[in-house]
Design a binder for this molecule. Sequence first.
Ligand SMILES: C[S@@+](CC[C@H](N)C(=O)[O-])C[C@H]1O[C@@H](n2cnc3c(N)ncnc32)[C@H](O)[C@@H]1O
Ligand code: SF4
Ligand code: SF4
Length: 483
Amino acid sequence: MSTAVMTPVELPYRLREAHSFEASGEKFLYLVPSGAIFSLDKIGKEVLHGLADRDLHKEELVQMLLARGHSAREIEVALAELEQSEVIMRGTAKQKMPTVPEKTFPLQRIVLNVTNQCNLACGYCYEYSDDKISQTAGKPKYMDHAIAEASIDLLIKESADRPSIHVTFFGGETLLNFPLLRSTVHYAKERCALAGKQVEFSLTTNATLLSEPIVDFLAEHQVGVTVSIDGDKELNDKMRIFHDGRGSYEVIVPKIKMLLERHKTNSIGARVTLSSGVSHVRRIYEHLTQEVGFYAVGFSPATANPERLYSIGPQKMSAVLGGFEDLAWEYRDYAVTGRQHGFTNANDTLKELHSGMSKAYPCGAGLGLLGVGTAGDVSLCHRFVDSPVGKMGHVMEGGVDHEARHEFLETHHLGARYDCHTCWARPVCAGGCYHEAFVHYGDTSAATLHYCDWIRGWNDLCLRIYGDIAVKNPAYLQRFDGA
Ligand SMILES: C[S@@+](CC[C@H](N)C(=O)[O-])C[C@H]1O[C@@H](n2cnc3c(N)ncnc32)[C@H](O)[C@@H]1O
Ligand code: SF4
Ligand code: SF4
């Protein structure tokens, strides 16, 4: 008995996996296998329409397109381009997943939790709330110089031949341990000069302890600053309070204005944590940009077990997406006229979409980034510092535990997140934040399925905005090149 084997050339054409969207009256595809954005011309749209309901052999497609007035040459070129760009294909393609990186994947960033103490008692804080996963009992309250220096040495060693590395200072309240931050900046600069590497710094702070000498130091050493603030006095003071219940707004705003005035050498951004009573996106954005003076404002919903009263919940989350949508269109209007807009969430997503990113992991945790606790324990990221989950070594005792890190990366790879395999947003989402999954499902490897509609809605919106900018002011997108 003979079996006829069809060569790929004889097999019918079919559409590859894509998410279609329209912008400025034009049709685009977000190509899932490659993460690329493809603009369809007239013939491309006709091919897509022809293949929408069934596969077609080349002769059938060519006849259809000839009947619509295209020349044979035009058709040949169009089909070759659509096939090469992975819009159409013949036969079946094995689903492409990004690969698991080598065990020695070089580190790029380390987050030092320089203290586990805080002078505020924010209602949602994952470091102290009922969702707390770090176990700080018996650990030092403040990181010491030996641990910080060993962390820098480890980062330099583990960064292999990367020319540039990054140190982020975090807490608790980071500035409670400013003396360590200062000496670590000097140490890292000296060691990196010897190693021939560039080093950059950033920190996140509640702003209560900012002073002129601290700000001048941060400016001198070009330390990027993220300031946590949740809006105007009424909104900020719902959650961001001192231990005695006083709100922090009036203490921090003069200090933030002084920071914005004196520190011009690196980016300063506001970071808003949204919770059930604080979901007024435009009001917060306008207050922080127009009244306080920030150029950039980013929002993130509080990670919380759904039982917590401050948990944002599905209804408020839809309102938040509405607020994001409103600001994102404003970002679009600014971009088409070549102006900068400070809505960080839109800027970051457009940058990712522009780069054609196809993620194997939702973020750099455990990959290019690791967290370090006050006692020197290495973890998946700053949110898992001093937690039994995601422990990956010690800066002095053996360094990075490459076996533990590799096991984590194997089990958390997009290929292992089966729920995500048919989702068009997987190249940019890759399953969602490990901490969000752990707090919600008790499992870092679970996909954050409670956010899927929101994630797809947000990415669809950003694709439409990207398409609009690509049609009306493509030069604007050059700022994302190589970013
Ligand atoms: C843990 S704090 C540490 C640095 C500093 N104390 C501060 O507040 O900026 C870092 C950021 O995490 C945010 N955060 C705290 N708890 C959170 C939660 N449950 N979900 C999302 N973000 C949270 C804070 O609002 C802050 O912007
Ligand atoms: S200031 Fe930062 S670390 Fe302190 S309680 Fe608030 S969010 Fe948590
Ligand atoms: S978590 Fe949801 S939105 Fe994200 S890739 Fe998986 S299925 Fe898609």
